[in-house]
Write a protein that binds this ligand. Structure first.
Ligand code: ZN
Length: 67
């Protein structure tokens, strides 16, 4: 399962989704996206913290988790 965060979840009106295996990977993609799409050379500490807090596990597409 991968971790995911959406721009929208940190209050940005944008449909971008950052996905990764680890929190760090997600944050890395967020940083790249923020730079290229939103012109943020550096993510403000507050926004970074908000983004980190908003990262969550992506819901599995199939609900076959009955063991
Ligand atoms: Zn965005």
């Amino acid at each position: 399962m991968s971790k995911i965060v959406r721009c929208r979840e940190v209050g940005v009106d944008c449909d971008f989704e950052a996905r990764g295996e680890t929190e760090q990977e997600v944050l890395q993609k967020c940083a790249e996206h923020a730079k290229s799409a939103h012109g943020m050379d550096q993510i403000p500490t507050e926004l970074a913290a908000q983004g980190r807090a908003a990262i969550h596990e992506e819901a599995p597409q199939t609900a076959a988790s009955t063991t």
